[in-house]
Structure formats: C-alpha cells, structure tokens
Unconditional design. Structure first.
Length: 226
C-alpha cells in the first residue's frame, strides 16, 4: 500500500471517529468521548450506538423537591430558567425577575449536565451544578423557587422538562456566536426553533463585554412550533 492510500485510510479513520464522537457530544455525552472516537475510528461506531441515550432525565432534585402540579402551586406563570454558571445565564435570570417580579406561580432553576456526569459515583460536574443552583436560589431569597439538575443535551433537556412539568415560559441567556455553537448548536436557537412553550432569550453579549457600555439587553420571545 503506497503512502497516498495509507494517508487516505488514516484520514477516513479519523473522520469517522470525529463525526461519531461529536454526535455523541451533541446527544448529551461528555466531550472526552470524541478523543476516544478519533483513536478507534470506525470501531467506535457500534460503541456509540449502544451507549448513546435517547431521553433527557432529571439527574437530581433540589432540597425543596419538585415544583408540583399546577393545581398544587399558587396562581401565576410557571417559569423555567436555564443556568450554566455563565454571566449570560445569570443576567437572563435577573432580567426575567425584573419583568415578573413576584408574579409567578413557581420558579424553577435548572442546570444541565452530561449523561456521563450523572452516572459517575463521584461527579464533580454534578456537584458544581448543585452548588451553583443552591447559590442562585439563596441569592434570590424568594419563595416558590425549586432547583433541578437535568441530564442530556441542554436544549432538549430543558424543552422536555418544560413540557413534562407544564411550564408556561422558558428563560435562557444567549452567548456570543463561537465555534462551540457551530459544532454543538446554540441552546437558545434550538429552543426557539423546537419548543412548543414560549421562550424568552436574553441577549447581554454586548453589555457583558464592556463595563462602560450602555445597558442594551434585548429580550426575544419565541414560540416555535414543536
């Protein structure tokens, strides 16, 4: 086999592994699977097909339990806010509360981790998510606030939870467009396109990048068809 054929086989080997690993990452698994996939190439395909999970799930419920049914909560909208530890997601939470005040039935703060993080006995990502949610809830100091750690692809996990728990509004922050959005997809864009529940997207990318810039938060309300 000459050098050209060897190079072609190696390129195809790596490409198959890379595409398969990125597919697993988009399906809610850890990014380190991609490194393993690149090494194993086509041999990784059956591993990915057998391991990838299909349905998002609740990884951990906060100390106050689940939000309960609509009949069990006071009047007002049921609001789900997606957090990830970023300034954008915190700004989205603050903006939502500026609009809603105390006029909500229940407020659920949710962070999404990978399926793999949820399966580990000692999971640092799960611990960090739990701590961030507890800190955000303590900072708010408001009644009727629940915390949930979800597992799966972020947009799909938030959308599925919102439907299952009968939410009236999903709130997320939009990050700047970068390589991760191009490869893995934008959570806010996916929610707007596929959610049957209204989505409030808070865009603070300009204000976060400049301390002296005037406040230019933009909220986009999307109600996409499922």
């Amino acid at each position: 086999m000459d050098g050209t054929r060897i190079a072609l086989v190696l390129t195809l080997w790596v490409a198959i592994g890379l595409v398969t690993g990125l597919w697993m990452t988009r399906r809610g698994h850890d990014a380190w699977w991609t490194a393993i996939a690149v090494v194993l190439g086509p041999l990784f395909v059956p591993i990915a097909l057998s391991r990838v999970e299909r349905q998002p799930r609740v990884a951990e419920t906060g100390p106050d339990g689940s939000p309960g049914s609509r009949a069990e909560t006071p009047g007002g909208p049921r609001v789900l806010v997606g957090l990830d530890g970023s300034e954008e997601s915190q700004s989205a939470l603050d903006r939502a509360l500026d609009v809603l005040g105390d006029h909500y039935g229940v407020l659920v703060l949710a962070e999404v981790v990978s399926y793999d993080a949820n399966e580990e006995t000692q999971s640092e990502p799960l611990d960090r998510a739990r701590e961030r949610l507890a800190s955000a809830a303590d900072r708010l100091g408001r009644p009727r606030v629940n915390c949930e750690v979800l597992a799966g692809p972020p947009a799909e996990a938030l959308r599925a939870y919102a439907v299952e728990e009968d939410m009236d509004l999903v709130v997320v922050g939009r990050r700047g467009r970068g390589l991760s959005d191009l490869i893995l997809g934008s959570v806010s864009s996916e929610l707007i396109r596929h959610s049957c529940i209204p989505v409030l997207v808070v865009d603070c990318t300009d204000t976060l990048g400049s301390a002296d810039a005037p406040e230019r938060e933009q909220a986009q309300l999307g109600d996409g068809g499922g």
